[in-house]
Design a protein around this ligand. Structure first.
Ligand code: URA
Length: 286
């Protein structure tokens, strides 16, 4: 096999394109700028990729079969998971199981992030901002969650964030704010999350707040009993911690540290490196 950087780049891109072709049931295309990025990623000295340079610019290219062999990559070994996730997403986004929520929602909030992640955060339900933007945890509590994720050395794109309820719980006309999901709403919506978890296959789930714990375990629990302790969701380690909205209401170092200690347990469980600086976050200054 030719092991030039260009061949390596092609070998990396090919399985992704093949997967796209399969999942899209048609030929994938690439924009000119994507192709240019791919070419520049090979770092060939000037002139060496002149064949590519001399090609006429094209806006899109249909994928052609190629004889290049390539090593298996996570992208090519997803066992059709991506296609099943796309189908699930389509079904979730068009759900009409709760007539009251269908009537009040702006849109269904499916979830966001990497569908092949090792780490899944589960919250309660979309609030007003999430309902408007179609993305979980984008309001004030969401901004705090994003900071926690960053402190763990992840980005929102690397992990997945979902909620027990996919629609914002409806509020009486003229009343602002958010309400807790009702047990019947949770029971109706939970199969969607269960299906998402089944396909995403995270190594660890973090339950943000008691509604998430109750939804995942199927029974109410108390924070005192569960916070910071490993539980089990159908074989997946489950770490309950405070909801970020709780931290916004209780901004003491001690409460922040509790959540952070839970996240350190999560990082340890995932075998992620933890720096001394990370270990020391939210400790009392001596
Ligand atoms: N709170 C949640 O539990 N989920 C969201 O998506 C936003 C706020």
């Amino acid at each position: 096999m030719n092991d030039s950087p260009f061949s390596e780049a092609i070998a990396t891109a090919l399985p992704i394109l093949q997967r796209m072709k399969k999942n899209l049931r048609g030929a994938p295309t690439a924009s000119r700028s994507s192709l240019e990025r791919l070419l520049s990623a090979t770092h060939l000295p000037d002139g060496k990729n002149s064949a590519a340079k001399n090609q006429k610019p094209v806006e899109t290219i249909p994928m052609k079969p190629s004889p290049i062999s390539h090593p298996p990559s996570p992208a090519s070994s997803d066992d059709g998971r991506l296609a099943r996730l796309e189908e699930l997403k389509h079904n979730i986004l068009s759900c009409t199981r709760c007539p009251n929520l269908v009537a009040s929602r702006t849109q269904v909030v499916y979830g966001v992030g990497n569908p092949f992640t090792e780490l899944l955060f589960v919250g309660e339900a979309p609030g007003e901002e999430e309902d408007l933007r179609g993305e979980p945890f984008v309001g004030k509590a969401g901004q705090l969650l994003t900071k926690i994720i960053g402190a763990m050395d992840y980005t929102r794109e690397e992990i997945f964030i979902a909620n027990i309820l996919k629609c914002r719980p409806d509020m009486p006309a003229g009343v602002s704010g958010n309400r807790k999901p009702k047990p019947a709403e949770m029971a109706t919506c939970l199969p969607w999350l269960a299906h998402q978890i089944d396909l995403i296959k995270p190594k660890v789930i973090v339950a943000l707040g008691l509604t998430a714990v109750e939804g995942l375990l199927g029974e109410p629990r108390t924070m005192r009993d569960v916070r910071g302790k490993w539980l089990d969701y159908h074989g997946v380690p489950l770490m309950p911690t405070y909801h970020p909205a709780y931290l916004l209401r209780n901004q003491t170092l001690a409460e922040k540290r509790k959540v952070w200690e839970d996240m350190l347990l999560v990082l340890e469980r995932l075998g992620r490196p933890i720096s001394a600086k990370q270990r020391g976050y939210f400790l009392e200054k001596e």
